[in-house]
Ligand binder design. Sequence first.
Ligand SMILES: [Zn+2]
Length: 108
Amino acid sequence: MENNKKINHWCILCGAGYHSCDACSRERSFLPWRTLTDTAEHYKIFMVLKDYNSGRLDKASAREMLEGLDLTGKEHYRDGAKRVLADIGMDDESASDTRKTSRGVREQ
Ligand SMILES: [Zn+2]
């Protein structure tokens, strides 16, 4: 039993539950991303989306930064995050894989 490791945070990007000790977070070695996301990578992605949303990054810069990050599992991100990704053009629809076209679907 690990009752002291209970889930008390949910990733702001993907919604995954994780444990982060709030008491430890107040120590000087505190890693700020632990209070927002489950992984450091998700924190970086979230910061790009946040900066884009607030106008500090333009679409091209945001896209460039996201291309350097691991977007594995982005289909499980929270709706708000997915919407921003789609706006930047990093969702599956606008990505290189365009097998599914919206029009002209024919039976084989
Ligand atoms: Zn996450």
